[in-house]
Design a binder for this molecule. Structure first.
Ligand code: IVH
Length: 681
């Protein structure tokens, strides 16, 4: 009897093999798309495969395995990241900033350590230095188990749920000889095109854009909600093994080959070379290719290829002797300095700004650059009409590096320092010991504008919604002339703004009202007294407890406070000795502003204890650290002394750590500090 095909049909078995097939197809096509930028099928065809798998898994939940491509997204948001201790520390690299340093800091040192004869060439692995953030992936029996950020090199954050959303990363390794445990390090990055799309979206939503792809990648990976990470097309290149069990590699080349064989993304531009001159040539080649790559690189990395030699060479102060990061010089361009503009800031400082003929520096149009001050202009002999070299280094504001004197035609003009403020015509003076020129006008419009913006800002009185644009409208409608006027505003005043609705006007009014009861330290900070930032304002609020006390404080009383020096004390006195300032403060108080004093928590676990934080902190920011300590009644101080109770040292802590050790002060790591907070008292 002949069996019909139908009789043989087993829906479960069939679904199972189709699911396996779909896994294979989806992984293959994701890699073609994300890793090699060479898709073989259309997006719609890819989506059809993906949706088919989603459907099948819905019908047969038992077939939805943890490594399914559909499991990349969808886990729930977290409150905070768990920490993960790296089995082997994640080191950093020493830098070479030019070709000669590649020879001396790597080749010469390595040869010396190994005692190599002159005629023996070393084999090096050269790789692009990806400008992203380092992560460690842990594959257990071929399955992605954990992914963590570098953190301080010893412990990082558990970002497994987010890493699972990287389309080009296999959740299960494929191929032969899969080790029982594979830790692999790599750099997570965003392509330039993805970066631009993310920033465009951000700007459309009125959010501040990311400064560069690295920040965007870090921001996207360190999302507590993996759904957000899933929408950002993060990518990764793997570049180093961590702890590995069940297999061993002879060389970096062998490791990269094996990794690629298991389906891990490896940079195709990595190249094994013989001798240091070839590594230098690779550095030059990458620098020339840099602008045409679809992602940012900030240099190359050269590694001794042989793992045996790597082990022999070992490491020195947290970076391996066998590798070096060869950084590219900052990007520069030449252009004409068309004019020098004068900008007046909140404190009246008049800053010269170069107006440039717009020039493209690697995709960013630069039309302005800071000239810092007139001493700088004189030192560099910068004249209007000069051809200048402009530099864009990292995220900083572009700067004029130097003048190309050989391009001068004789028509260039020097611009002497101004004697009068360009905005209000008041005298401009140079205060002793300062390079800055300062407008002394009390009613100088940009000073008023900037001081009102500062007053309302988040770090100061935090008047929600009263951002720069609204402050400018308040000024141009003549509704405010100083910060006190803010508290006389009525809803009708806000209704005069462009495109203002009833609800928003009510909200703004409520925000102004709410700000009347901000803490004293915020109020002091908001006043914009020179040299009194957020931190000093806090110190003053704690020391004096009320505005009246601060107003009345003598120079001696002020300088007797720790962290308040003569210059700051004088600046505070000058501020309160000014009748106009006092009358603005009086008017605010009459309008109901009552800066409140937050009494310090007494009896907290750190009551009376002094902390110093030093080095690069990775578990919390300086501000968070301060809050943690202060919430528990402790103090955070800037320098180590005998009065210091604890020094909390992050990565690369330097002299403060040494001093603490010298004085016998207790030194804690970040984790130990957190443990101390959580310990039962
Ligand atoms: S190897 C012990 N290779 O650069 C050596 N690092 O400055 C470990 N990086 O933390 C690093 N591309 O985040 C290596 N091809 C590459 C790299 C690379 C970028 C980053 C990595 C590391 C930093 C060191």
């Amino acid at each position: 009897m002949q069996l019909s095909l139908i009789d043989n049909y087993d829906p479960i078995l069939n679904a199972e093999s189709r699911v396996a097939e779909l896994h294979r197809l989806i992984i293959h096509h994701s890699q073609r798309y994300y890793q090699f930028d060479a898709p073989e099928i259309s997006d719609a065809e890819y989506d059809a495969l993906f949706n088919e798998l989603v459907e099948l898994e819905k019908q047969h939940p038992e077939l939805a395995s943890p490594e399914s491509p559909t499991r990349r997204v969808g886990s729930a948001p977290l409150d905070k990241f768990r920490t993960v201790r790296h089995r082997l520390p994640m080191l950093s690299l020493e830098n070479a900033t030019n070709e000669e340093e590649i020879r001396t800091k790597l080749d010469a040192r390595v040869r010396n350590e190994l005692g190599l004869p002159e005629d023996e060439t070393l084999v090096y692995m050269c790789e692009p230095k990806m400008d992203g953030l380092a992560v460690e992936l842990v594959y257990e029996n071929g399955l992605l188990a954990v992914a963590a950020t570098r953190g301080d090199g010893i412990t990082g954050e558990d970002v497994t749920a987010n890493i699972r959303t990287l389309r080009a990363l296999p959740l299960r390794l494929s191929g032969d000889n899969i080790p029982s445990l594979l830790e692999v390090r790599g750099e997570v990055y965003l392509s330039l095109s993805a970066f631009q799309i993310i920033n465009r979206d951000k700007e459309e939503n009125g959010e501040p854009p990311f400064a560069n792809p690295r920040n965007a990648a870090a921001g996207s990976l360190r999302q507590l909600d993996p759904q957000i990470t899933a929408r950002r097309p993060l990518a990764i290149f793997c570049y180093a093994p961590g702890h590995v069990e069940g297999i061993s590699f002879q060389s970096q080349q062998a490791f990269l080959d094996a990794a690629a064989g298991w389906g891990l993304p490896v940079n195709p531009l990595a190249r094994q070379v013989s001798g240091i001159e070839a590594a230098v040539a690779y550095y030059q080649e990458m620098q020339a290719q840099r602008e045409s790559l679809p992602y940012e690189i900030d240099g190359t990395v050269v590694k001794v290829d042989s793992f045996r030699l790597q082990r022999e060479l070992g490491e020195k102060s947290r970076s391996p002797v066998w590798a070096i990061a060869c950084k590219f010089p900052p990007r520069q361009a030449e252009t004409m300095l068309e004019d020098i503009l004068l900008s007046v800031g909140r404190t009246g400082v008049v800053t010269p700004v170069a107006q440039l003929r717009p020039v493209d520096i690697s995709g960013v149009t630069v039309a302005r650059a800071t000239l810092h001050n007139w001493d700088e202009i004189a030192a560099k002999d910068i004249r209007i009409g000069d051809t200048v070299v402009v530099e864009r280094a990292g995220d900083v504001i572009p700067a004029v590096v130097r003048v190309l004197e050989e391009r001068r035609t004789g028509t260039e003009r020097c611009l002497p320092p101004p004697l009068k403020c360009p905005e209000c015509g008041s005298d401009v003076v140079r205060i002793a010991d300062e390079v800055a020129l300062r407008c002394m006008g009390l009613s100088c419009p940009p000073q008023i504008r900037e001081s009102i913006k500062h007053f309302a800002s988040r770090g100061a009185m935090d008047i929600e919604g009263l951002g720069d644009k609204f402050v400018e409208q308040l000024l141009s409608l003549g509704l405010v002339h100083n910060v006190a006027d803010i508290y006389l505003l009525r809803k009708d005043d806000f209704m005069r703004f462009e495109r203002m609705g009833d609800k928003l006007a009510s909200n703004l009014l409520a925000a102004v009202e709410a700000s009347k009861h901000r803490e004293l330290n915020r109020f002091i900070h908001a006043l914009g007294i020179r040299h009194v930032g957020e931190r000093t304002a806090k110190t003053l609020a704690q020391a004096f407890g009320s505005l009246e006390n601060l107003e009345a404080a003598t120079l001696e009383e002020l300088t007797s406070i720790r962290d308040i020096g003569a210059i700051v004390a004088q600046s505070i006195r000058t501020f309160f000795d000014n009748g106009e300032n006092l009358s603005v403060i009086r008017r605010m108080i009459e309008a109901g502003v009552t800066p409140s004093v937050t009494s310090k928590k007494v009896g907290g676990i750190f009551s009376g204890k002094n902390f110093v934080f030093t080095g690069t902190l990775s578990r919390f920011s300086r501000e968070e650290a301060r809050k943690l300590v202060e919430d528990q009644g402790g103090n955070v101080v800037g320098s180590v002394s005998k009065k210091t109770d604890y020094v909390v040292a992050g990565d690369e802590a330097g002299s403060k750590l040494a001093k603490a050790r010298g004085l016998g002060v207790a030194v804690l790591g970040e984790d130990e500090f957190l443990a101390l907070m959580e310990a039962p008292q």
